[in-house]
Design a protein around this ligand. Sequence first.
Ligand code: ZN
Ligand code: ZN
Length: 274
Amino acid sequence: MKKWAKVKHICSRIEQYVCALLYPHAATCPLCGEMRKVDGYYALCPDCMDKLEEMQVPSAACNKCLSPVRRGQGCNMCRSGRMKSIDACFSPFCYRNEVRRLVHQFKFDGNSSYIRYLSFKMAEALPDREWDFLVPVPLSRERMWDRGVNQARLLAEALSQRTNIPVLDALERTVNRKPQSATPMEKRAENVKGVFRCIGTLDGLRILLIDDVRTTGSTAQACATEMKKAGAKRVGLCTLAVVYRDPKKFRKRKNEKKQKFIRSSKILHTNRLK
Ligand SMILES: [Zn+2]
Ligand SMILES: [Zn+2]
């Protein structure tokens, strides 16, 4: 699987290079595959960009951590203290549908032709530029070999060009653990414990941590804790997307599952009686 991902990554790079040589003013939309003439700026076609716009983080999200909040109630994520070392979160998109596909392509195929658009949306999500450094979440050496690229660093570099905030590699991974995506939600905080280390001191600095997706926030929390220990005054988190479970849809799905369970247990019960 790993070998196959590497081959796919190399093929995709060659394809991009050959296309750029043959058709300098054309680009293929990474979402729908449409080949079109571009002004050399965004590789995504306008239709796909519209689809992404529909997946922006709703204004009803928690001010601090962007998690869904029910009217009149506090934020569960903030109340649980899972983000206590992080002072603010910024993200343009919810992690679903087209955004999910884009992040996957970006992560595993190394297709970064649309990074300019993504960094533009990230910069738009930042209310101010009051940060001293952008710090990307580091990858382990092994994973870096597999992927060939740290997507968090690519995002940080692109965002740095837009905002003029310099990139600083202030963190390193001391141990290699199972990827968070392959770890159950409830074990993710444990999985990143003691994984990150801060290189040098960050006395009085305002740091904006950069990553691609925030799910439980455990990775960001582990990084932020280390940076606060190293003296950082303020730590923010800017990700391309956040996993956002719409409370209404979540409730509906929970009820559907409950009804399904009741139905199946009734069938089981009648079958037993027979
Ligand atoms: Zn498209
Ligand atoms: Zn919150």
